[in-house]
Ligand binder design. Structure first.
Ligand code: PLP
Length: 406
């Protein structure tokens, strides 16, 4: 008899997006002629850059000939992409990363979700609240979360990020082993300055804590003092793994490519006290369970770093950030309180008149025909907020804000 992984049975259904879809679909069925605008989606809407399309086409043609076709990709990624990443994402920010510290993958969701494979189930995990749900749900699956009581997992330490602390997570109060940090943040759209991130790295160095740093939105940073990589902070290579994604940076949500940085200096402890290189463990894990990102997709990712690719991708990101400005400025002018939206494509909107997240969600859907994401769905500290995204097209974004201003 096969027994299931009981940890999966502890997970509640993925209520948030299912409930949003249900409510939107009910509204649309009742009002088929009305135009409902979504500021709720966390997916891109603009097409891939022409340089990326060209690279995809060229690579596809290579696959059509016996001489140039490619089979399995190298475990950690093709050298052409690893070198482009090293040069553009790290050297350009004064950070030295070597290609064998990089692991190309099919995206940051897989990597942030799978990284727990190389860590003991006994580790105590800490997350910010609100939080990208993958960190919590995969901790539950691994048996690291305890039980769910009053909406919180008993073995997870939550770090509330609220307007009162400027959405800067407080350091954990108890002994923890692993902390997930996501900056720029989904869902709040806020960031950590260099000084704030250094406080985290210093804490991790002092307390032998592993930081899992999700930088999926790094490309949206506009301000100078915000680090693009945690490795811009001295000592971070000894305590942090960083996750990157081409999804939002270059519109790869449907193409799938990302990478993870596991520095050679980074170790964690075995039960006998011996220090173990996490780079070795992650290589072992990936070479056993993952068979590489498609050649044509890696060529497409390489093209993101070409001179034309960079220009085109930047234009698209600037367009999204212009949407963010339209949303943020429009709502602030209308007397509402917003956070984020300056270094991230998300705006964290305080609900008016003390409404709950879901009450305000319903109000916006039924009154203004605008879809948002209720903040409470990302954790208890998200109550009283909704998340708006800048990934829509300009016309829809402008119209939604005009409706809200009125
Ligand atoms: N990390 C964060 C914080 C995200 O918001 C998302 C997607 O929304 C991901 C990771 C997933 O990225 P990918 O598409 O590379 O799997």
């Amino acid at each position: 008899m096969a027994l299931v992984n009981e940890n999966f049975l502890k997970l509640p259904g993925s209520y948030l997006f299912a409930e949003i879809a249900r409510k939107v679909s009910a509204y649309k069925s009742a009002h088929p002629a009305h135009r409902v605008i979504s500021l709720g989606i966390g997916d891109v809407t603009q097409p891939l850059a022409p340089a990326v399309i060209k690279a995809l086409q060229d690579a596809t043609l290579e696959m059509a000939s016996e001489k140039t076709m490619r089979g399995y990709a190298p475990d950690q990624g093709y050298p052409f992409l690893l070198e482009a990443i090293v040069r553009n994402d790290f050297e350009a920010h004064g950070v030295r990363i070597s290609p064998d510290e990089l692991f190309v993958s099919d995206g940051a969701k897989s990597d942030t979700g799978n990284i727990g494979d190389i860590l003991s189930a006994d580790n105590v995990v800490s997350v910010t609240d609100p939080v990208y749900p993958v960190y919590v749900d995969t901790s539950v699956m691994a048996g690291r979360a305890g039980i769910l009581a009053d909406g919180r997992w008993t073995n997870i330490e939550y770090l509330p990020c609220t307007a009162a602390n400027g959405f800067v997570p407080p350091l954990p109060q108890q002994r923890v082993d692993v902390v997930y940090l996501c900056y720029p943040n989904n869902p709040t759209g806020t960031t950590l300055t260099r000084r704030e991130l250094k406080r985290w790295v210093d804490y991790a160095l002092k307390n032998d804590v592993l930081l899992l740093f999700d930088a999926a939105y790094e490309a949206f940073i506009t301000e100078k003092d915000i680090p693009h990589s945690i490795y811009e902070i001295d000592g971070a290579k000894r305590v942090a793994i960083e996750f990157r994604s081409f999804s939002k940076t270059a519109g790869f949500t449907g193409l799938r490519c990302g990478y993870t940085v596991v520095p050679k200096e980074l170790t964690a402890s075995a039960l006998n006290g011996e220090r173990v290189l996490l780079n070795d463990l992650w290589r072992r894990r990936q070479s056993t369970k993952f068979n590489g990102t498609a050649y044509i997709v890696q060529r497409a990712a390489e093209a993101v770093y070409s001179p034309e690719g960079r220009k085109q991708v930047r234009q698209t990101i600037d367009g999204y950030m212009e949407n963010a400005k339209i949303i943020k400025n429009g709502l602030e002018k209308a007397g509402m309180t917003t956070y984020g939206g300056v270094n991230a494509p998300y705006i964290w909107l305080k609900t008016p008149d003390g409404m709950t997240s879901w009450e305000y969600f319903d109000h916006l859907l039924n009154g203004l025909e605008i879809v948002t994401t209720p903040g409470a769905g990302f954790g208890a500290s998200g109550e009283g907020y909704v998340r708006l995204t800048a990934f829509g097209n300009r016309k829809d974004t402008e119209e939604a804000i005009e409706r809200m201003k009125k």
